[in-house]
Structure formats: structure tokens, C-alpha cells
Design a protein around this ligand. Sequence first.
Ligand code: SF4
Ligand code: SF4
Length: 468
Amino acid sequence: MPARPVPKAAPSRGRFLNTGNGPSLQPIDIGHDSYVALIEPDIAFWSLVRKNALADTLANHSFRAAVAKKRRAFAKEMQALRFGLKPSAVYFNSTERCNLNCRYCYIPEKMRKHGRHMSRERMFEALERLKRHFKTTIPKGRLPQVVFHGAEPMLNREALFAAIERYGNAFRFGVQTNATLLDDSAIAFLTERGVGIGISLDAPLPAVAGRTRRSWNGAGVFDAVEAAMRRLKGYAGFNVICTITNENIRHLTDLVDFFHARHVPACMLNIVRCTLPGARAIKPDDDAAANAYLAALDRTRALFRRTGRKLVVANFANVLVSILAPTARRLMCDISPCGGGRCFFALAPDGGLYPCSEFIGLPEFRGGNVFQDDIADVLKTPAFTKVTGRKVEDIDPCDRCAIRHFCGAPCPAEAREMNGGMLRTGAFCEFYEEQVRYAFRLIADGVADDYLWDDWDKGAVTTFEWAA
Ligand code: SF4
Ligand code: SF4
């Protein structure tokens, strides 16, 4: 899938910025007292420029020449990142059933209530087929990742643990669970085998947390989740996901305090995915969500400064890395095409293969079946290419947006279900704008490292440096 090529056909030497074959650099207000960002959107190149030096920088020929020199290499990197990857992870849905009825769940209610578990034998067979497939796509020495995912994988515990035991050398395993079934023996089993554990909690108060995440009879599950957090204290492979909705935005900063006090090493503060109507009913406004989210990010830094211990907000850290080192980021939702079908795919309990779990329940995005079809062929079906072929350049107004490779106009499933087509924006735009502006402010202030994992840049090399 070709990205927009770096122009070379025009009879222009590219002597100036923003005309002819010169680099296109758009000045962007990042809300900083002293700096603006200059961004070349196609290649995710950026520079921070003092406001009082903007005119001189735009007319500076050595700056223009330095950018022009690197442009082709950056374009090549972006092309490889966006169109050259093969999936290396699977979201493995080992059951359709869930013991909770969260308001923003993307899995149809009927499935969660009456659905099936995948049997242990079928799970082994699916993992065998996945193993065979990844042997042909992943370099030797690297293990593909399998994350047992929603509905609630721990409802199928016996088969799940048998699979982890049997295939522990073939995959890096993770479990995304609502934590209600994580008893001592489950935690001992998972942590002894180094399985990543993601749990979910939306607020630090039972009454607020229970507004969105609750059982079928409407009862909240705060106590069970807090108990699991206590048991997991000190385990490095543990994180907590919070979904931002209009039910909890006033509590995000307190939630960060709550996580930090319980030694949670990493969390995600994900804005609600509005694919299904239940989620749209609790969608917050962009402005309110952005203010609450950025205040929560501020708090993580204040806590780090005070205690020396970080609580990394992984989804934001990924956006920061996408700016600081575009090719080092993990491709999920913040670039288009997104990670669905390109970095990972989803497997349903009946063996159905989808570009992302977000599409389970939408039959036209079922590319095939792991028990019947060749996975490499499934990845090429229209069910997948419709998603992997969705480019931000084809979406209005994202095609003109300078931060399009740091936002990506997620998500195709949400855009289709909420706004009538995949070539539309999703539920949020200003929220993502504010997130990127904030990230640039941190970089301008030299404090970005406070929000990132230690050693995040291990192995990274500086490919552009210019100062005036
Ligand atoms: S959704 Fe908004 S911020 Fe994101 S790329 Fe599109 S226009 Fe830009
Ligand atoms: S943007 Fe949507 S479809 Fe793509 S990876 Fe994220 S949730 Fe899945």
C-alpha cells in the first residue's frame, strides 16, 4: 500500500520550505510560552522553534538543507513502519462469556451471556496452528505474543492454564481480565510463568467504578479488583486499564494517586471506544476529557518527582515515543493504518479471525477460521485489507492535519459504527489534538523522560540534530 511519495518529479531544486520540492513544514501552536512546533506531516518530522525565531528558521537555508537531506530516509522509515509489518501478536478470545456487563463492552450482549468456551483441545489446536504460522513470519529468537482477552478469559481457566503450561516456550503470554476471578492460586500460576496480567478499574471509589464496570445484576466489583491489586503488588508484568467516560472524568487524578499508592507499575487511561451504542451513551466531551486526562498525566509526574517511583501511562508513553522516535513505537490505535490486522489480529472462541477484537460481532470483518484456513491467506482477505488499507491520508480533514501520524484518526470500527464509514474520523479529534500538543510541551520543557519507561531509548540512535 503506497504512502504519499516524497515528490521528486517537479523541476524544482527544493530550495525553499513549503514551495516546489522543498520540505513542507507547518507551524503548530503547542500551547507553550516560548515554542511552536514545525511539523512535516508526511514523514512525522518535527522541530521545536522559539516563537521569536520562527521567521528566521523558515528562511534559514542550512535548516532547510538539513531537513531535505534526511527527508527520503525518514519517508522510507515511515513507509516500512506503516506498510511493511507483519502481525506478531494475537488477541485470543478463549470464551464468549463474561461474568460482567460493562457499559462500554464491544462484544454483543447475547454472546457474553450465552456464548461458548473454547475447549482445551481446540485451544491447543489453535495455538499449534498459530505457532506454525508465526514460524514463517517472525525472526528466529523472537517469540510471538498471545494475549488472552475478552470476554472474561478466566471463566475458561482450566483450558487457559493448560495452554499456558503447554505452550510457554512458544509464545509470550498475557491475560487481560476483569480481575474478579484472580484468586491466590491463579496469581501464583500466572506470575511464576511470567505471564503479563492486565486488569481493569475505572475509578478509586466503589460507587463511581461501579457505574461502568458491573455484574449482570448491577453490582460493582471494586473490592475484588482492589484485592487483586494487593496480591499483584511488586509484580512487574502487571498493569491496570482505565476507560475514560463521562462517568469517571472527575476522578482520574485521584485514580492516578490510587494506582501509585498501590505500586501499579503501568496503567492505561484509554478514552472510551464508541463502537457500540452503550459506549456512546457515556462518551465524554473532548474538552472535558482532555482536561481531566492531562491533569492526571501531570499528577503522574508530580508523584514521580516526590517519590522517585514512576507510574507510566502506557498509552500516552506510546504517543510520546511516536514523536520522539517514530519507528520505536508500538503500533496500536494511534496511527492509520492502525495495528489491527498489521501488528496483531484477533481470534474468536469459534476460531474466527478478525483484524481486531473491536470487529468481533461484525460478520463482514471475519476473514476466515484458524481451524480451516491458512492464516497467511486470511490476512489478505477483504475483511482484513479493508482495515489495513484505511489510511489517514484518505480521511477528511485528517489528510490536512499536521499531527496525523501521532493521532491516526482512530478507530476504523468506531468510525464505521458511529459515523457511517471507515473513511471518517472516529469519536474524538480535539482530545487527540490536546494530547499531542501536551506531548510537545513536555519535550519543549525537557521533561518527557519523566513519563516514559526507564531505558525506553535503549538501542535508539539520533538521526537528526540541528540547533541554531
Ligand atoms: S482525528 Fe483530528 S487530530 Fe486526529 S488526525 Fe484527524 S484531524 Fe488530526
Ligand atoms: S484503532 Fe480500533 S481497530 Fe485499530 S487497533 Fe485500535 S481498537 Fe483495533
